[in-house]
Design a protein. Structure first.
Length: 248
């Protein structure tokens, strides 16, 4: 289980000029997610108790119907895993240069996959949310390109391996990660990385995250319940259990 420091997440300011229209109902959740992002990243004090995003076991508590609709449930989505009709969908907004995203990917997500995805209870839908500049953007497009050859999650594992982000995400490095992920057509991979389709797909995910008020990575929605930061495994299991119970 991640240490207490893992509840803090990586942050970045929203780029100027980014405008996303949000419905009134979603705005309420956006304010909550923005507050959770702040409290999850601020320094801990001795008087602080509990998580910045404590999860109630009460089915449906803290969920927003407008946010439930953001689950795409596209059976052909290469950036998702799990049944399209799974009762619970976790939407994950993350950046490959984010250290806390990597910690979540290595320490927490595999347990969720084993316990819930493999059992048909949970579906995980990835959203590229590059907030740390050009290399973040390049890595996001490369991950999307790997997905076009069915190797997104293998690329995800390679990019989040211990020490991977310290090596950077330049062109040569991205090709090496693609090769490590088992991408067979590297020429196509290179074309896809620089394609208009890749840029459009990444921007769609990024705009969705900014529209929710997310200012840090990782940020999550579990059946419409916002969770900010690489929280403990227990936070996620409680959220998934509550969502599964509410979906029955």
């Amino acid at each position: 289980m991640p240490s207490s420091s893992s509840v803090r997440s990586s942050r970045s300011s929203r780029p100027s000029g980014t405008t996303v229209a949000i419905a009134a109902g979603v705005l309420v959740a956006a304010l909550l997610l923005g507050f959770a992002s702040y409290t999850a990243t601020r320094p801990q004090t001795p008087s602080t108790s509990g998580s910045a995003t404590e999860v109630s076991a009460e089915p449906g508590a803290g969920t927003y119907p407008e946010l439930v609709k953001l689950a795409r449930r596209d059976a052909g989505d290469p950036l998702a895993m799990g049944r399209a009709d799974a009762p619970v969908v976790m939407v994950e907004y993350a950046d490959f240069k984010c250290g806390y995203c990597g910690k979540f990917a290595r320490d927490t997500e595999p347990a969720l996959v084993k316990k819930y995805v493999d059992a048909g209870v949970l579906r995980i839908e990835w959203r590229n949310f590059p907030i740390f500049g050009a290399e973040s953007e390049s890595a996001a497009r490369a991950a999307w390109a790997a997905g076009q050859q069915g190797r997104f999650w293998q690329f995800h594992a390679a990019a989040y391996a211990e020490g991977a982000k310290e090596k950077g995400f330049t062109g040569d490095r991205l090709e090496a990660l693609a090769r490590q992920a088992g991408v067979t057509d590297l020429a196509r991979f290179g074309r896809d990385v620089d394609s208009a389709a890749a840029k459009k797909a990444v921007k769609r995910d990024q705009d969705e995250a900014y529209g929710l008020g997310a200012t840090s990575t990782p940020s999550f929605l579990i059946n419409g319940r916002p969770i900010a930061g690489a929280q403990s495994e227990r936070t996620f299991t409680e959220a998934v259990d509550a969502a599964a119970k509410a979906a029955r």
